[in-house]
Design a protein around this ligand. Structure first.
Ligand code: APR
Length: 239
């Protein structure tokens, strides 16, 4: 494990993690497309698009309330914690598609949330934004301006916040090691990040029990879970 980097581990100064739902699977948060994934039993087009929201905001909010409950009860697992600990040894940036905030909860300081955050909500019309750490009652919630409030997440068909995405590209393009953990890499544009790293001749390592669309681009593939694998990466830096 980590054979491709073991001998030169101390040379890696800028490490970027690209993470997805799989890294929080061992915290009890379901993935989207893995075994028991949310999109296997729910229609994403009825729950995670702006059209679905305008069609039935109450249904979308009920679904997000369920996810809020699940996520607020979840704890960071050894995978998240290992990434946080790695900051002692190298410059670490996390580009995450997750909205669960578990990287931040485990102590990581440089986290770019590409798809938004479960605690944030915003007005569907005006610029109002807020953070709410409880379940939302009286669905759908309304803004002071009278329009409907929505989760501040990126839905299918929506662009990523421009500044966040530009920063993500910059970090990916400048890293010397990219670890891609717990993502199927099917969702664009996050799935292009490994290609930016590759252009910089970075080493690419995938941690995922399953094959992904980009597995062929990797220097090394570890077909194990992130919670069992990432602490082993940290122990290499400790030696
Ligand atoms: N450790 C590592 N990887 C795991 C684990 C685990 N314990 N459990 C599952 N996986 C892997 C699965 O094999 C799968 O390849 O995690 C991946 C999860 O993929 P997806 O469910 O597609 O999640 P993700 O890639 O984050 O999805 C991207 O899709 O619907 C959207 O906005 C949502 O951000 C999400 C985006």
């Amino acid at each position: 494990m980590f054979d491709s980097i073991k001998d030169q581990i101390k040379n890696y100064k800028k490490i970027v993690f690209v993470t997805g739902a799989g890294i929080s699977q061992e915290s009890g948060i379901p993935t989207f497309r893995g075994k028991d994934g949310l999109w296997r039993n729910h229609d994403a087009m009825k729950l995670a698009t702006i059209d679905a929201f305008y069609d039935n905001p109450k249904l979308v909010w009920e679904w997000y309330n369920e996810r809020r409950k699940n996520i607020f009860q979840a704890h960071a697992n050894p995978g998240h914690k290992a990434i946080a600990e790695l900051e002692k040894y190298a410059q670490v940036t996390i580009l995450t598609q997750n909205i669960d905030g578990l990287h931040q909860k485990s102590g990581s300081s440089e986290v770019l949330e590409l798809h938004g955050s479960i605690v944030k909500i915003k007005c569907s019309v005006c610029n109002y934004k807020e953070e709410i750490l409880t379940e939302i009652s009286n669905l759908p919630p309304l803004c002071k301006c009278g329009n409907i409030l929505r989760p501040d997440v990126v839905w299918f068909g929506e662009p990523l916040p421009q500044d966040v995405w530009q920063n993500a590209i910059d970090f990916a393009s400048q890293c010397d090691l990219m670890i891609i953990a717990g993502t199927s890499l099917v969702v664009s544009p996050a799935n292009t990040l490994p290609l930016y790293a590759k252009q910089n001749n970075a080493t690419l390592i995938e941690i995922n029990p399953e094959n992904t669309e980009m597995s062929k681009e990797m220097n090394e593939i570890i077909r194990k879970t992130s919670a069992e694998t990432l602490p082993k990466l940290v122990s290499l830096f400790k030696k």
